[in-house]
Design a binder for this molecule. Structure first.
Ligand SMILES: NC(=O)c1ccc[n+]([C@@H]2O[C@H](COP(=O)([O-])OP(=O)(O)OC[C@H]3O[C@@H](n4cnc5c(N)ncnc54)[C@H](OP(=O)(O)O)[C@@H]3O)[C@@H](O)[C@H]2O)c1
Length: 262
């Protein structure tokens, strides 16, 4: 299936590992030039070089913290300066933050909203004029199953993600006339940097693959495994492609069937 993505330009926030890296890889394989951003510069640079080698695409690393408005604008501007256009924005940068309600301080609430909600708001605000200029484009917000199905001890993430899903829906209505499609992906459990760090912080019990298999059993994933970052990347590429041209305003569960809601 030709996704019709060749020659397009994308920004992927948090593109140095995990799902963001998977998205950059899937888009790069389809001939998309990609600007990836993250804070840890060494990891970002090596990831961009490896992705460029693996995909043959131009992958440009820009060190940035998405909680800083100036950094976010610089990332978007770099894509436009470097490639002359912008077609795709993947709001992915984030990390897990969940605990019992009474243990979460105001600072922790604020930090989560700054990272996951305001990061996406600011990147989208900076990107939209450029998407409009090329006749339309696609925005994907990477969210969490908690956005639709908030569990006990899931704050602040589930609340930040519900806000991200509402943002996605509102924007899909507002920007449809500009042929800008906005969608979300509600992630369950995907192999990634943060999950590898969980295994390391537990003292590396067994192999990483055994850890993932145990996680899948503990959380009763119907498909019986933790997902691959590249599988999310492929969904992102499809949603951003001409093959997904009539899809907007949806948030798709990518959770191996775990979620109890559609
Ligand atoms: N994997 C899962 O099972 C899962 C489940 C639910 C939701 N999600 C969501 O999926 C997204 C990707 O997660 P992941 O599991 O792939 O995580 P990951 O492997 O830890 O990757 C996170 C990426 O985001 C970057 N990042 C984090 N904070 C940033 C900031 N302030 N500014 C710029 N970049 C930042 C990281 O680089 P630096 O640290 O160097 O900045 C890294 O590139 C996140 O939004 C996460 O909440 C993942």
């Amino acid at each position: 299936m030709d996704l019709g993505l060749s020659g397009k330009v994308a920004v992927v926030t948090g593109g140095s590992e995990g799902i963001g890296r998977g998205a950059a890889q899937s888009l790069g394989r389809e001939g998309v030039s990609v600007v990836v951003c993250a804070r840890r510069e060494d990891l970002l640079r090596s990831a961009a070089a490896e992705l460029a080698e693996a995909t043959g695409a131009q992958i440009v690393p820009v060190r940035a913290d998405v909680t800083l408005a100036g950094d976010v604008e610089r990332v978007i501007q770099t894509a436009v300066d470097r490639f002359g256009r912008l077609d795709i924005l993947v709001n992915n940068a984030g990390t897990s933050a969940a605990g019992p309600f009474e243990s979460v301080t105001d600072d922790a609430w604020q930090a989560d909203l700054d990272l996951k909600l305001f990061g996406a708001i600011r990147a989208t605000r900076a990107a939209v004029p450029h998407l409009r200029k090329v006749g339309g484009g696609s925005i994907v917000n990477v969210l969490n199953v908690g956005a639709k199905q908030p569990a006990a001890r899931s704050v602040p993430t589930s609340v930040s993600r519900a806000a991200g899903m509402a943002l996605m829906k509102a924007l899909s209505k507002e920007l449809g006339a500009d042929n800008i499609r906005v969608n979300g992906i509600n992630i369950g459990l995907i192999k990634s940097g943060q999950n590898q760090r969980r295994w390391e912080s537990l003292g590396r019990p067994g192999t990483l693959e055994e850890f993932y298999a145990q996680l899948a059993r503990q959380t009763n994933v119907p498909l019986g495994r933790v997902g691959e970052a590249e599988e999310v990347g492929d969904l992102i590429a499809f949603l951003c492609s001409s093959r997904g041209a009539y899809i907007s305003g949806v948030s798709i569960n990518m959770d191996g069937g775990s979620s109890g809601v559609v």
